[in-house]
Design a protein around this ligand. Sequence first.
Ligand SMILES: C[S@@+](CC[C@H](N)C(=O)[O-])C[C@H]1O[C@@H](n2cnc3c(N)ncnc32)[C@H](O)[C@@H]1O
Length: 273
Amino acid sequence: MNATLSDQEFELFKSLIYQKVGITLDTPKKTLLVSRLGKRLRELNLSTYKDYYDRVSAKGGEEELTKLLDLVSTNKTDFYREPVHFDFLRDRVIPEMQTTKTLRIWSSASSSGEEPYTIAMTLSDAIFDMHRWNIKILASDISTRVLSKAASGIYEDERVSQLPQDLVKRYFLRGNGKQAGKVRVRPQVANLVAFRRINLMDPTFPIRNPLDVIFCRNVMIYFDRPTQAKLMEKFFKYLRPGGYLFIGHSESLQWIEHKFTYLKPTIYQKPEA
Ligand SMILES: C[S@@+](CC[C@H](N)C(=O)[O-])C[C@H]1O[C@@H](n2cnc3c(N)ncnc32)[C@H](O)[C@@H]1O
């Protein structure tokens, strides 16, 4: 069986995905959708894309919808990706919080966990009296698949092969036996991070205390401008005055309306009250 995806069906998926996650699929993505969904159709023994669409959009289709979102989203990430933000944490944010010794950081599209664990390692390296601090790192993503990978804290060796060896020793345990070729984030780092599923399209987020820093890197690029603007408004609300927002290096707030102060490329601040 070789199902074809008509333009009309593509439009159906496109608006469903836009409505649920804010991701805009442009026409070149049609080929990607066909190749990724074709396999899923065969696994489910469905003969048309419309059958699949009906299944994911029907009541009770949430679980399959999560799988569909996994197929269309990109989860690429790395430890210490775009290091300017971790340097900024160390050199500016931590010194500012020395008096209160509290830090609330949200990695809002955390993918498989490399970003929030890098935040935790940066803090552990820079703060000598960690036991006296109240630190919470919330890591969230829409994809349950990447979140469970993240929560396991287990990675293939090569994911850390480019990092300084003394850092790997400090923050990872090497697997042996069945776990040979893998590393696991040490509990002292893993315990600083809490994972949960949050869709950035939700009107409100399950966050009670004002945040000091929000990482929203390499996800906005998939959203259109009105969606980005709405997200910036929500982030503004959840940050404390003086709190920081980090975005990805190929992203910019230049073309959207927002209330943040620009500090330097990819780093923004909520003005002090
Ligand atoms: C390319 S990864 C970025 C990972 C990390 N922030 C980094 O810069 O290395 C993008 C992540 O955004 C997630 N994502 C896409 N749409 C989302 C949404 N509406 N809400 C929350 N996460 C979303 C994807 O599942 C994916 O894991």
